[in-house]
Design a protein around this ligand. Sequence first.
Ligand code: PGA
Length: 253
Amino acid sequence: MREKIVAGNWKMNKSFLEAEEVLSEMTDLLAEREEQDTKVIVCPPFVFLELAIDLSYEGQFEVGAQNVSEFENGAYTGEVSAEMIRSMDISYCIVGHSERRKHFHETDEMIKNKVDRLISNNISPIFCCGEQLTEREASRHLNVVKSQLKKSLFHLPPEEFRNVIIAYEPVWAIGTGVNATPEQAQEMHAYIRELVEKQYRKEIAENCTILYGGSCNASNAHALFSNPDVDGGLIGGASLKAKEFSAIVSALG
Ligand code: PGA
């Protein structure tokens, strides 16, 4: 059975004290869950990773990073390497997010390098892909996502690919309050799974966790997660509030 996952992408939000407060509240709320089979991953900014690790000791959530350097180590002021992240015992890292593609001009090639750094340090990439609104309007959404997967992910050999989590995040849905409909999400997730099967094999595709991201909140999570190929969510804005985030986790079961 593939893993069910809800991951929170905090982006560049919160102070140290706010982070401490929300993580403590989350721990309490998540502990009250009836079903505990959904994995919860919180991805705060780098500077709060140690705090998050300290507060994750009760086992209610795991911790992930939001970014990694494409370089191994050395004279890259301001960068954080996969090896450093691994040395904090962190096992997840978001990569290929559309905000990094847009604001930091990350190319498919750079994202591929980041994926390789993560994999060689035993960190599971949470690999984001998704189309722009104009691309969907031109019915190019499937091809755009296919190209992103082929250029930055499908070079991995099968045994390495097993460690990847895919997040489908249509760019027009991120932070806009307009989520993909459950039908749009299911169509894309089934398509991604089909591509994984073609590239690798059926068993690997069936075990691949594919998350939906983009204006997912406590009100629409259940409808989105009810689709057979939607295995959870990558949550931005709604992951900043403990109550809302734990409601989303409960919507997955
Ligand atoms: P959002 O962001 O939930 O605020 O739309 C999702 C994401 O960017 O991962």
